[in-house]
Ligand binder design. Sequence first.
Ligand code: IPM
Ligand code: MG
Length: 373
Amino acid sequence: MTNLRKTIAVLPGDGIGPEVTHAAIQLLQDCASAFGHHFEFREFPFGGNAIDLRGTPLPQDTLAGCRSADAILLGAIGGPKWEALPLGTRPEAGLLGIRKELGLYINLRPIRLRPALRGISPLRPERLVDCDFEIVRELAGDIYFGAHELHLEGNNPRARDIAEYTAAEVERVARYSFERAAARKGHLTSVDKANVLATSTLWRETVIGLAREYPGVTLDHLYVDNAAMQILLRPAQFDVILTGNLFGDILSDEAAALAGSIGLIPSMSRGCKDQPALYEPIHGSAPTLAGKDVACPLGAILSATLMLRESFGLETESQWIESAIDRVLEKGFRTADIADPGGRVVRGSEFTAQIRSELQASSAQGVRRGSVA
Ligand code: IPM
Ligand code: MG
């Protein structure tokens, strides 16, 4: 195993973003020292804070810093302070901008329930047996990136958003999903609204056209309304779910609720394999929690372990951190959002400190480079 040198662009963002990215960086640093890697962190303004500092949510040097990094770690963006701004100038425009500029067309959201947290899911435990799936959301097209028109003037205010896909856009994300499914349980569910939408008809035709290239993968299709229901009724039937940008936004929040809290789910946004991928928790900036040290850092920390695995090929390191997280949860430590009723609640920083001391303990026992099979 070689020692790696990697540069990570950090965009802490707004609200709880800085707290949770700080936690993730601490664990990445612990990982680097335990395994002999070198991670350099470069921080850039992004989102609302960049609007305040530079007048734009995605400044040029932030974009340049992301392009030249090996991976990007993002906290969360947005908040009431910037909500009155016109749509295209808000913090969210920075997020859509970076996705577009870096060509991040794949968004992977793993829905994995941590064993110790089964009890906090809103679903009955028997429905959660074997529930472990991934949502692959197309991230660079659809109604998000078509023209948006808003006419509030006059006595007939109206608005229009255009949804568009090309077959090539569908194909590239579908290929990734087939490959992902082939490496897992071999089951791909494509979600669309082909009974109503033209974009969905193109989507379905394109996905079906690719299926013969992946004989090891069983492909099925669900309409999005049914998919929303199936995720609650029988979540264990899914392996990889492939869907468009808007449906993926909605279904991934729904699926995150199964895990017990949206604060637990990480994501990867990626373009071509040789370009930097962006990792972020799927939760928002939670402005009302900011600065109170109550936010759960797990979404950001699991985004960091996803980075180790997917961008740097460091599976052992990634598991080293994730098993420490599971031990801390087993011991009963919880942030407020994942607490059992009447259970023990610690601050976000205390929760991170507990994971770090688990890591120290496991390093001391020699679970590190050279002694892991
Ligand atoms: C997400 C978020 C974003 C999206 C918002 C903040 C623009 O909800 O990453 O899921 O809609 O893609
Ligand atoms: Mg969302």
